[in-house]
Design a binder for this molecule. Structure first.
Ligand SMILES: *Cc1c(COP(=O)(O)O)cnc(C)c1O
Length: 380
């Protein structure tokens, strides 16, 4: 039998490594163009992927445009200039920085460097969906710590004690989202610090700070300051959220130089493209756009909180740019009905929260359009 026929006779499924066979793909927010195609709607409002409603800094856009004239050349695979800018801004050395094609890329690099079929990763219930994906893809085991039930910490938030209890000799990585998506909950400086103090030195702690720039809680930690105390700490951040560059795919990790060296060994040499490198560097320079984004988000969160409370809907208090709402009944039909109203939000049944919807904070007008659509849908 020729090999093509043999392959067809065998299901491709059986050829895949066991971790991949057990994977469920990441479910992204529905793109606007897809809803336009499906329902023939226009003026769609997308509040589904925690994107910045103001878009990117005009300076970042201009830098990306300028970079287009050189896209026949490979990008600088070392990301020298962006690393230099980050190094100055964050007060770390360039050798501590690893650039990623989004911070999801970094999470995957971490899994490939530190996890295997013999080891285990720990993360929380309701934590960001990419942790199970990167863990399973390399065949590693996962221990999921139940989230707080509200008695000892914010309900739905990470229970660090429960996570610490799951650490054993095979544990190599702990993923911590601070704040967490989709719950919007955060860990305080003192609780996270004491967790890291007690974590064995042979376990790598990944603190995912994708929403760092938005957080204004006074007891929220800046883990960057702890890197010199913990050679096993990796802090990840992104340009996708507050910086409004989700489509360009650029994020980064800051760690000890030796961890950065390991991450760089498995990194694709040109993982961040040249318009992304240039736009990210320019975005770092536009503090005014960043504060406008943070201010808009603060006002939008309050607008949504007030409106939800008026409607007697409960929600999880968030320090990010999204709110997760308890619909108190299966949320999937509400999500579908909102789509028909031209509003895309995020159902989060795959996060173990089938009665909740996650809504990104939009502009004042977008928030109002969402609330009006929600009123119509809930009245049906
Ligand atoms: C959005 C998000 C990310 C990163 O996304 P990238 O676009 O890949 O940088 C990482 N972690 C969490 C918790 C997120 O919500």
């Amino acid at each position: 039998m020729d090999s093509g026929i043999r392959l067809a006779a065998m299901k491709a499924e059986q050829l895949a490594v066991p971790g991949v066979r057990a994977l469920t793909p990441y479910l992204p927010g529905k793109p606007i163009s897809e809803l336009e195609r499906e329902l023939g709607l226009c003026n769609i409002v997308k509040l589904a992927s925690n994107e910045n409603p103001l878009g990117p800094s005009p300076k970042a856009l201009e830098a990306a445009r300028r970079a287009l004239s050189e896209i026949h050349l490979y990008p600088d695979g070392s990301g020298f200039e962006l690393k230099a800018a980050l190094s100055a801004k964050l007060d770390v050395r360039p050798e501590q920085i690893t650039l990623g094609n989004g911070s999801n890329d970094i999470l995957e690099l971490v899994a490939r460097v530190f996890l295997s079929a013999e080891s285990k990763a720990i993360y929380s219930e309701h934590a960001f969906a990419v942790y199970p994906i990167v863990t399973q893809a390399v065949g590693a085991k996962a221990a999921v710590a139940p989230a707080h039930d509200g008695s000892r910490g914010p309900r739905y938030g990470h229970d660090l004690q429960g996570m610490a209890q799951r650490v054993d000799e095979s544990t190599r990585v702990v993923f911590i989202a601070n704040p967490n998506n989709p719950t919007g909950t955060y860990l305080t400086k003192s609780e996270l610090r004491s967790f890291l103090d007690d974590l064995p030195a042979d376990v790598v702690a990944v603190v995912d700070e994708a929403y760092f720039e938005y957080v204004e809680a006074p007891d929220y930690p800046d883990c960057m300051a702890w890197l010199s105390d913990f050679p096993n700490l990796i802090v990840t951040r992104t340009f996708s959220k507050a910086y409004g560059l989700a489509g360009l795919r650029v994020g980064y990790a800051v760690s000890s130089p030796s961890i950065a060296d390991l991450l760089n060994r498995v990194r694709q040499p040109f993982n961040v493209n040249s318009p992304a490198l240039e736009a990210a560097k320019a975005a770092l320079d536009d503090n005014e756009h960043l504060s406008r984004s943070v201010n808009l988000n603060r006002a939008g969160l309050l607008q949504l909180y007030d409106a939800l409370a008026e409607r007697k809907l409960s929600f999880i208090r968030s320090v990010g740019n999204f709110v997760t709402i308890d619909i108190a009944k299966p949320a999937a039909p509400i999500y579908d009905a909102l789509l028909r109203q031209g509003v895309i939000v995020r159902p989060i049944g795959n996060y173990g929260l089938p009665n909740h919807l996650r809504v990104t904070v939009g502009t004042e007008e977008e928030n109002r359009i969402f609330l009006d659509a929600l009123d119509r849908v809930l009245a049906l």
